[in-house]
Each structure stands twice: as structure tokens, then as C-alpha cells.
Design a protein around this ligand. Structure first.
Ligand SMILES: Cc1cc2nc3c(=O)[nH]c(=O)nc-3n(C[C@H](O)[C@H](O)[C@H](O)COP(=O)(O)O)c2cc1C
Length: 348
């Protein structure tokens, strides 16, 4: 059965139920087998690690570390679990996820439902996985100190993950995006990096930012990540804007918009950051990646690694394999000998 038919069936269910069914299926009926070899042109070395291709699973799909390891057989080179908070929480009231079929987009206002850091850590410790695993961390809704929550979660995961992503950009946790303001960001990064130092850890720290920042905020964010020597920046999370370009009846639902409508917004922001930070800090490009062409555009904008979530919802589990096939073709057609060579060529 093609994914187009499965997709029509999935449409019958509420999007969150479809997601739970997908997790259930991957967990119980999908056995990981050996991943295919990737074309050497796709391999990149980022934060000292070899990625055999640039495609990763974005945060939000596997919030509770149930299935991240299955994605390597589906052709992804890395997975990001989370967002994980210190204590378990249920998130916002349902319905809180909306599929916008005509727009190839999703709006969500989940609000970090997750099983909490201790349970999620124990699940990771009980799995065999030799792929690249990132953990995305954030504060609890009822937190009295968001920074304390980031520190606690960092401490919980630093020794069992390949990188930690600091999520300051979900639109569904009140005031979280205030961390984009320079002095708040510096306080957060300074405390986190002191903690990392005191733990004698070198685990890479990545910052995930919002696509809704103002142009004038970009230099200060770049200064902060350069000053604290952050290992990477993920651009971007979902947007609260762009409702005017949507057609689906749910277009005005509150929450973060992801998928195709986010493509240009995220690419333009990647270009602006790349112009300032160049290759000093690798960019993980996220937002509307759903084809070889959209992956190629993000790389040319300045991203070295990519992540996707909404593309998986509309195109199904073979999306990474399809993207890689077309990306290899586009890179070779563009005259590039490696993916690295194509990074940022449209940002100069
Ligand atoms: C249903 C849903 C839940 C998400 N949950 C999270 C989350 O918990 N943490 C996070 O950093 N990003 C989360 N995201 C954002 C994605 O990681 C990604 O940044 C965004 O969706 C843009 O990529 P895409 O267009 O490929 O979906 C979520 C996205 C969706 C659609």
C-alpha cells in the first residue's frame, strides 16, 4: 500500500491519535535492520562527529525516547528526543495539534507533554543504539526558575547523549522566547557552560531559536553564541506568524506553524546567521524540509545538518531515503564534490 493511501486513512483520525499509532507501530512492529550505505558526498563532520548524511529527526516526534533508534534504518543519520522537562507534565488541553492538508503544514500547541527526565533517561539507558542521539531540553510549565530547569535536565542527560539542544523557542510555553533577549540568553548560556565545565564534560551544546525574532536581535544572539563558544545553532522552531498565506480552515488556531509555509522564513534566517557566523558555528536547518530540492536550498542557505518533522507526516517513513537520492543528484549537478562545499553558497 502506498503512503498516499495510508495518508488518506490517517486523515480519518485526530492528528495526535495518528501520531500515537505511528509510535506504537514503530515501537512494536518495526524491527531495525542495517541502514543502507549513503553516498560519500553526503557525509559531514560536525562537532567532532561523523554524520553519514545530513538528515535528522527533529524534536517533538519522539518526545519520550520510544522510537528514536528506529530512524537509522529509515535513513536518518541522527535523532533528537524531546523536548524533555525535569518533571513529567501533560501539556495543554486537547485538541492541540492540527493538520493543514492544503498547506502541507501542522499547527501545534502541545506545550511539552512528556514523561519527565528520569523516566526518559532510563529508557535511553535500556536501549542499544550506536547512532547519533541529541536530547532537546526545556523547562516545566510551572517552573519557578526556568534556568534551574535547564540545568537540572542538562545534568540528567549530559553523559548519555551526543549533544544537548537548548530549546528557547517553543511558542507554547509562556515567556520561553524571552531567552532570545541578549541579557537573558547570556545568563542562561553562562550558567549552562559553567555547569558543563564543572562536570568535566565536552558534550556539544546547541541552541534552538525561533523564526519570529526581529532582524535587529540577530547580532546580539550571534555575539552570545560566539562568546560562549556554543557548538551549534538550530534554525528554526515553529512560527506564530504567516497565517495570511494559509488556506486550511484551521489556519488561525493558536500555536506554532511548521511545514512548507515555514521554508522561506527559516531559509532567510539561516542566511542571515550564516553571513555573521559563517562556518565558525554549524547551523542545523529545520523548517519545511520535504524534498531533495528543499534540503539543497537549506544547505546552500548555510545549513550543514538538516532536520524534519512535518515532511514525515505528509510523505511517510521513506522521506529521508527519497530526499537523499535527489540531494546526491543536485549536489553533483551543482558541481560540488562534497556537501560541505555547498554550505552557504547562496549567503555570500
Ligand atoms: C507536533 C509538533 C511538535 C513539536 N514539538 C517540539 C518540541 O517538543 N521541541 C522542539 O524543539 N520542537 C518541536 N517541534 C518543532 C520541530 O522540531 C521543528 O523545529 C519544526 O516543526 C519545523 O520543522 P518541520 O517543518 O520539518 O516540521 C514540534 C513540531 C511539531 C509539528
Amino acid at each position: 500500500m502506498s503512503y498516499q493511501i495510508i495518508n488518506k486513512l490517517i486523515n480519518i483520525f485526530d492528528p495526535e491519535l495518528s501520531h500515537s499509532l505511528a509510535i506504537f507501530f514503530l515501537k512494536h512492529f518495526f524491527w531495525s535492520n542495517r541502514a543502507d550505505e549513503d553516498d560519500a558526498i553526503l557525509s559531514v563532520k560536525v562537532f567532532g562527529k561523523e554524520f553519514k548524511n545530513p538528515i535528522g529527526l527533529a524534536a517533538g516526534f519522539d518526545k519520550n525516547a520510544d522510537v528514536y533508534e528506529k530512524f537509522s534504518s529509515l535513513g536518518f543519520s541522527f535523532s533528537e528526543v524531546g523536548t524533555v522537562t525535569p518533571r513529567p507534565q501533560v501539556g495543554n488541553l486537547k485538541p492541540r495539534v492540527f493538520r493543514l492538508n492544503e498547506d502541507l503544514a501542522v499547527i501545534n500547541r502541545l506545550g511539552f507533554p512528556n514523561e519527565g527526565m528520569s523516566k526518559i533517561k532510563s529508557k535511553i539507558q535500556n536501549k542499544l543504539f550506536n547512532g547519533i542521539l541529541g536530547i532537546n531540553i526545556g523547562p516545566n510549565k510551572e517552573s519557578t526558575s526556568k534556568i534551574k530547569d535547564y540545568l537540572e535536565t542538562f545534568k540528567n542527560f549530559y553523559d548519555i547523549s551526543d549533544y544537548i539542544c537548548i530549546n528557547i523557542s517553543s511558542p507554547n510555553t509562556e515567556n520561553l522566547r524571552d531567552f532570545h533577549e541578549a541579557s537573558n540568553l547570556e545568563s542562561l548560556l553562562s550558567e549552562l557552560l559553567s555547569l558543563r565545565k564543572s562536570l568535566e564534560s565536552t558534550v556539544p551544546v546547541i541552541l534552538k531559536i525561533s523564526p519570529d525574532i526581529e532582524e535587529k536581535e540577530i547580532p546580539a544572539i550571534c555575539n552570545a553564541i560566539l562568546k560562549y563558544n556554543i557548538d551549534g545553532i538550530t534554525i528554526s522552531n515553529t512560527t506564530v506568524r504567516l497565517r495570511e498565506i494559509l488556506t486550511n480552515q484551521n489556519k488561525n488556531e493558536q500555536g506554532g506553524l511548521s511545514g512548507v509555509p515555514l521554508q522561506d522564513l527559516s531559509n532567510n534566517l539561516i542566511k542571515k546567521f550564516y553571513k555573521i557566523i559563517g562556518k565558525k558555528i554549524p547551523i542545523i536547518g529545520v523548517g519545511g524540509v520535504n524534498s531533495g530540492k528543499s534540503a539543497y536550498d537549506k544547505i546552500r542557505s548555510g545549513a550543514t545538518l538538516l532536520q524534519l518533522y512535518t515532511g514525515l507526516v505528509f510523505q511517510g517513513p521513506f522521506i529521508a531515503k527519497n530526499i537523499k537520492k535527489d540531494l546526491v543528484f543536485l549536489l553533483k549537478q551543482g558541481g560540488f564534490k562534497s556537501l560541505e562545499e555547498a554550505v552557504g553558497v547562496d549567503s555570500k
